[in-house]
Design a protein around this ligand. Structure first.
Ligand SMILES: [Zn+2]
Length: 242
């Protein structure tokens, strides 16, 4: 059995619903009852929330309670020295979803930075995973979609990747029109993929930015029913269905 897991960092349930008539792919999934709000019942920030999605572990259990986990000095920001051994321990203990598959393809998973890649290579990952301009964000979505499309032609048992662009755009864009452009781009990219008969899941780790964190209204879409309601249920639900 193959499973396709597509993460969309920061995709917001309220935003998707507000624009569902203009989003062909997501609108149709909602009409078919294949999507719902995913309540983020762990810290609604990229690092802790994706760690929970892919391992089932909460910040209390991992000791990793920081929005981003930098394993190196990145963009002049210091690495999180105290978090490096904790993150390396999680990786060594094989707690993540992809560790349960024999032949996984994994791209750009932001449980830490540099992100996790398996059987996939990103030469210059920074502008792809953490774009800082609309142009970088557009290229990022296009490139990751192309890479997934190519991977889907090969026989992996898990295809797993996370688009980083939506969260970054929501932090830098001043207006909903700009943000909508990126929801719309992902909408058409996902429509093109034709996921067909495979089991597939599309989910986010949190919603739009709030003054100190993010909205807890994430999204989950899937052709596997019933859908989980909150983030701490996602990992065991994925394992059960893979
Ligand atoms: Zn995030």
């Amino acid at each position: 059995m193959t499973l396709v897991v597509i993460g969309i960092d920061g995709m917001d349930w309220d935003f998707v619903n507000r624009f569902k008539n203009d989003l062909t792919f997501f609108g149709e999934l909602l009409d078919k009852g294949l999507g719902r709000r995913l309540y983020i019942d762990v810290r609604p920030d990229t690092g802790p929330s994706w760690i929970c999605a892919f391992s089932g572990l909460t910040p209390r259990e991992t000791g990793i309670d920081h929005p981003f986990v930098y394993l190196e000095n990145i963009r002049g920001l210091p690495k999180h020295k105290e978090l490096v051994p904790r993150m390396k321990e999680l990786i060594a203990k094989r707690v993540f979803l992809w560790d349960q598959f024999e032949h996984p393809w994994v791209l750009g998973i932001p449980v830490c930075f540099p992100p996790i890649n398996i059987n996939a290579e990103l030469k210059d990952w920074l502008p792809v995973i953490l774009p800082t301009t609309p142009d970088e964000a557009r290229k990022s979505i296009t490139l990751m979609t192309e890479m997934l499309k190519e991977a889907l032609k090969k026989e992996y048992d898990l295809y797993c990747m996370v688009y980083g662009a939506i969260d970054k755009i929501q932090h830098i864009a001043k207006d909903d029109r700009t943000i909508f452009e990126f929801y719309s781009l992902i909408d058409s990219c996902l429509e093109e993929l034709e996921l067909g008969e495979r089991n597939w899941v599309i989910l986010s780790d949190h919603g739009r930015p709030l003054p100190r964190s993010h909205s807890r209204n994430g999204v989950i879409f899937s052709n596997i029913a019933p859908l989980p309601e909150k983030m701490t249920q996602v990992h065991s639900w994925l394992v059960r269905n893979s």
